[in-house]
Design a protein around this ligand. Structure first.
Ligand SMILES: O=C(O)CCC(=O)C(=O)O
Length: 378
């Protein structure tokens, strides 16, 4: 099995462009959780990526069990999920640079597995070419894919009613039918508390089986309002949904699903890639701000996910002493009901609140440039 994994790694090396080689050059040593050596990969400035013998002083050490490594190279879990869930740990010699190194490795893995490179220029371009807050005074509602395609070209969010998800098995099945399709030990990550980048606090997660979580959710007991946020949709469900029809399938990574009780959600942030969010069960409210409002939203630099940027503003109890310009930000909001699909163009800020028990699935177009910039050169 290891030889297949190594072969897949070699193929993925084609994703690494020359300028990335420079940025990520170094020796990455992969070990399993019991610390046995699996392989080293070495990326040098100008030359190709190669497998090498164990280095005594690797720049980065990555600890992952072989089964999880297999899931990672086969793109059944993504690097962000693997790190957040503790399946993949990153080790270094120099503990004082722990967070920085972890971010570096996470970014590097995004380059390999998601073709993910976001340069700072993208933010400027998104701000320049996306519609401004005044151009989108409310979220447009549409009933056709043709209209959605027009919004995608102009970089405007829109809500599609009666979307294609109403035809998916995943939409039509009830909770018990979904559970019956999935291995009963299938593990999920529950978000117990969001990170507080301003205060240097990381997000808190715990694990559970999907079965236990959904059962307690349905019994009204989802512990401390935990949120099953951004988990990879399990393979057993791959035949029960379709990818968004607007881009080629290869634009997307594995869809993520989001399940949680009333009042769970996610704080204000933005993703620098196009996103399609389908609502399967329950309702959620999404608060949205144009990239043109960024200067009022106090973005913070955080973590190693290059596609993600949080704001330090708490939308539900803003601290205007710390964030005085937030009072100038113009936002819109929209409610998603079962069967709806929200198109969130790259760079649009959003904050989520589940109104009742909510199940959603989203697709990030991590392998392509934001659609609004497709004809714009930087
Ligand atoms: O549905 C949610 O709670 C979060 C969704 C989200 O933030 C996203 O799709 O980017």
């Amino acid at each position: 099995m290891l030889s297949e994994i190594i072969e897949k790694f070699s193929k993925l090396s084609a994703n690494i462009k020359n300028h990335e080689r420079d940025r990520y050059s170094g020796t990455y040593q992969w070990r399993n959780k019991s610390k046995s050596w699996l392989f080293d990969i070495e990326l040098e400035d100008e030359c190709s990526w190669q497998l090498s013998l164990p280095s005594l002083t690797p720049d980065y050490q990555l600890y992952i069990d072989e089964s999880d490594l297999d899931a990672l190279v086969n793109k059944k879990i993504d690097p962000l999920g693997a790190i957040n869930s503790g399946k993949l740990e990153v080790g270094f010699n120099n503990l004082s640079e722990k967070d920085e190194n972890k971010s570096h490795v996470q970014r590097f893995l995004n380059v390999i597995f998601n073709k993910g490179t976001i340069d700072e220029d993208i933010k400027t371009l998104l701000e320049k070419f996306s519609p401004k807050a005044d151009d989108v005074p409310s979220c447009p509602i549409t009933y056709s894919n043709e209209e959605v395609e027009r919004f995608i070209k102009t970089g405007s969010p829109c809500l599609l009613k009666k979307s294609a998800c109403t035809q998916w098995g995943l939409y039509q099945m009830d909770e018990q039918e979904i559970l019956n399709k999935i291995n009963k030990d299938h593990e999920v990550n529950l978000l117990m508390g969001e990170h507080k980048p301003d205060e240097g606090e990381s997000a808190e997660y715990r694990t559970s089986t999907l079965r236990q979580y959904v059962t307690s959710l349905l019994n009204g007991k989802a512990v401390n309002l935990s949120y099953m946020a951004a988990n990879s949709v399990p393979e057993a469900l791959y035949d029960h949904f379709e990818y968004p029809p607007y881009f080629d399938r290869s634009a997307f990574n594995i869809p993520r699903w989001w399940i949680g009780p009333q009042n769970t959600g996610l704080g204000l942030h933005r993703d620098l890639v196009d996103n399609f969010l389908y609502q399967l069960k329950g309702t959620k409210t999404v608060y949205i701000f144009s990239p043109s409002e960024s200067e009022y939203l106090y973005p913070v630099v955080f973590g190693g996910n290059p596609f993600y940027e949080p704001s330090s503003v708490n939308l539900f109890s803003p601290d205007l002493k710390r964030h005085p310009n937030f009072s100038k930000a113009k936002g819109i909001h929209v409610e998603l009901s079962p069967g709806d699909m929200l198109y969130l163009p790259a760079g649009w800020w959003h904050c989520i609140k589940n109104v009742d028990i909510s199940w959603s699935v989203n697709f990030f177009a991590v392998n392509q440039r934001p659609a609004v910039l497709s004809n714009i050169k930087n």
